[in-house]
Write a protein that binds this ligand. Structure first.
Ligand code: PSV
Ligand code: MN
Length: 427
C-alpha cells in the first residue's frame, strides 16, 4: 500500500488553522526565551529513526500471540510498511534488518523498492541466538563465546555473511547482540568466555569495510538467567575500546537493571567517543519492549538531554548515532505503536533542544540544584508537540499521523490486501 501525497496535504490543510494557533503561541514563548525556533524545527525535521524489520508484526510472549492481521508476509511488504510510516511522519527513513529473518532474494529489486519509499538500510543484525535448520552446530551453549572453536567459527562466519548482505544493501553497520551466558553458577568461566568473545568480535571487526561500524549490544539477563557474557555497558565498553576503532557500544533502553541511571551511562559512553547507537523502547520491569516513552518519559528526556549535550559539544568526536527502535507490540497495531514510539523520541529530542544549556551549566557551576531542576523540568513540561507537527507539515508529512492513519483505515486495507492470518518473521 502506498499513500497518496494529496491525501496527506488535504488532511493537513483541514487541520492547519488550529495547528497555527498552538504553534504561534509556543513559538512566541520560545523566541522570547532566546531560542531559535526555526533551527529547532530544522533539527526535528532531519532526525531519522530506524524501524526494526522484526517489529512490524504482532509480538507476543511465551504464553501466546494475538496477531492484528495484515502483517507483512515478506521483506517487500515490511519495506512497504516502513514506507507507510515514513510517508506519515518523514522521520522513519530507514529499516534495520535481522538476518536470517530478512534475507533479500533480489538485492536490486529490494534496493529500488526501498528507494521508491525514500528508505535506507540502517544496521544489519546477526542472529546467533537461535538455531537455523541448516546449521551444523547448535548455539545452545553459546556462539561467539562457545568453548568449541567449531561453533565459534560458524558464528563468526554468520556475522561476516550478515556484513556481506549489508554491504550489498548499502548499510554501514552491524549490531551484534549475544544471548551467550550461563544459567547456573559454576557453568561457565567468566574470564575465558569474555576473552573468547573478544577474539571472535575482533575477527568480525577486522572483516568490516573501511566505512563500517560494529555495535556491541549488552543485556543483563535473558535468555541466560545467571550470567550474560556481555551483561552491561562496562563490559560492552571494554570490548568496543579494546577491539578497535570501528567498534562501539549500543544502548538498548530495556537492557538495564531497575533504576540504572541510563542518562549517565549515555553521557559517559559518548564522552569517551564510544556510543554507537540506541535501541529505543520502554519498560516497567525488564526487557518489556514497550512503546518508547510509555512508562518513563522523564528518563527518556534526560537521556536525550545528554545526547543533545554531546551533539552540541561534539563529545570526543563521537560519530553520528544510529537511532533505532527495538520494541514488541503485543496489544497494539504495530504500525500505530511505531508511530507513537517515533513521536515519543522526537518529543524528548525537541524538549532537550529547548534546554537553555548556558544557564544550566551556570547553575551547575554554582552548585545550585534548585534552578537546575526547574530549568530541566520547565523544558520537560513544555508541550512541544506543535513543533513536531510544524516539522511534519514543512516536510509534507501528516500533521497528525495516528489520527490520519485511523481516518484512512490503513490496517483494514492491509488486512484486505494480505489477509487476517499472515505472520511476519521475527520474534
Ligand atoms: C535482545 O533482547 C534484543 O534487544 C536484540 O537487539 C535482538 O537483536 C532483538 O532484541 C531481537 O528481538
Ligand atoms: Mn535490542
Amino acid at each position: 500500500m502506498r499513500l497518496k501525497k494529496d491525501l496527506i496535504l488535504d488532511h493537513n490543510r483541514k487541520n492547519e488553522p488550529k495547528h497555527r494557533e498552538y504553534f504561534n503561541q509556543l513559538a512566541d514563548r520560545l523566541t522570547g526565551k532566546g531560542r531559535d525556533v526555526d533551527r529547532i524545527i530544522q533539527d526535528i525535521m532531519t532526525l531519522q529513526i530506524a524501524i526494526p524489520s522484526w517489529a512490524l508484526g504482532s509480538g507476543g510472549t511465551r504464553f501466546g500471540r494475538f496477531p492484528e492481521g495484515g502483517e507483512p508476509r515478506n521483506l517487500q511488504e515490511k519495506i512497504e510498511d516502513v514506507g507507510l510510516l515514513h510517508a506519515l511522519n518523514r522521520s522513519s527513513g530507514s529499516i534495520s534488518l535481522h538476518i536470517p529473518w530478512d534475507v533479500p532474494d533480489n538485492y536490486v529489486d529490494i534496493i529500488s523498492l526501498a528507494d521508491s519509499f525514500d528508505l535506507k538500510f540502517d544496521a544489519v543484525n546477526s542472529n546467533t541466538f537461535q538455531d537455523q535448520a541448516d546449521q551444523k552446530y547448535s548455539y545452545k551453549f553459546g556462539s561467539l563465546s562457545h568453548t568449541d572453536p567449531g561453533v565459534r567459527r560458524q558464528a563468526i562466519d554468520h556475522n561476516k555473511e550478515v556484513v556481506d548482505h549489508g554491504v550489498r544493501l548499502g548499510s554501514e553497520c552491524i549490531t551484534v547482540w549475544l544471548a551467550d551466558g550461563s544459567s547456573y553458577p559454576g557453568q561457565q568461566n567468566f574470564r575465558k568466555a569474555l576473552i573468547r568473545t573478544k577474539e571472535s568480535l575482533s575477527e568480525i571487526h577486522d572483516y568490516l569495510p573501511e566505512n563500517w561500524r560494529m555495535y556491541v549490544e549488552y543485556k543483563p539477563f535473558e535468555p541466560s538467567f545467571y550470567s550474560m557474557v556481555i551483561p552491561d555497558w562496562g563490559t560492552s565498553y571494554y570490548l568496543s575500546a579494546s577491539i578497535g576503532p570501528k567498534a562501539y557500544s549500543l544502548v538498548d533502553l530495556g537492557h538495564h537493571l531497575p533504576n540504572t541511571n541510563i542518562e549517565q551511562v549515555v553521557a559517559i559512553l559518548m564522552m569517551t567517543g564510544k556510543l554507537g547507537g540506541f535501541h529505543f523502547n520502554d519498560s516497567k520491569f525488564a526487557d518489556d519492549d514497550l512503546t518508547v516513552g510509555a512508562i518513563k518519559p522523564y528518563q527518556l528526556f534526560l537521556i536525550l538531554n545528554e545526547l543533545v549535550y554531546g551533539i552540541v559539544n561534539n563529545d570526543s568526536n563521537n560519530p553520528p548515532l544510529a537511532w533505532m527502535i527495538d520494541a514488541s507490540h503485543n496489544l497494539k497495531d504495530p504500525l500505530e505503536d511505531l508511530l507513537q514510539s517515533v513521536e515519543a523520541i522526537k518529543i524528548a529530542y525537541a524538549q532537550a533542544l529547548i534546554v537553555d544549556r548556558d544557564q544550566l551549566e551556570s547553575h551547575r557551576d554554582h552548585n545550585d540544584p534548585v534552578p537546575a531542576q526547574e530549568l530541566l523540568q520547565d523544558a520537560f513540561r513544555t508541550d512541544v508537540r506543535p513543533l513536531l507537527a510544524e516539522a511534519r507539515i514543512r516536510n509534507q508529512a501528516s500533521c497528525d499521523p495516528i489520527v490520519f492513519y485511523r481516518d484512512l483505515k490503513i490496517r483494514k486495507t492491509l488486512i484486505e490486501e494480505r489477509g487476517v492470518k499472515t505472520i511476519a518473521t521475527g520474534l
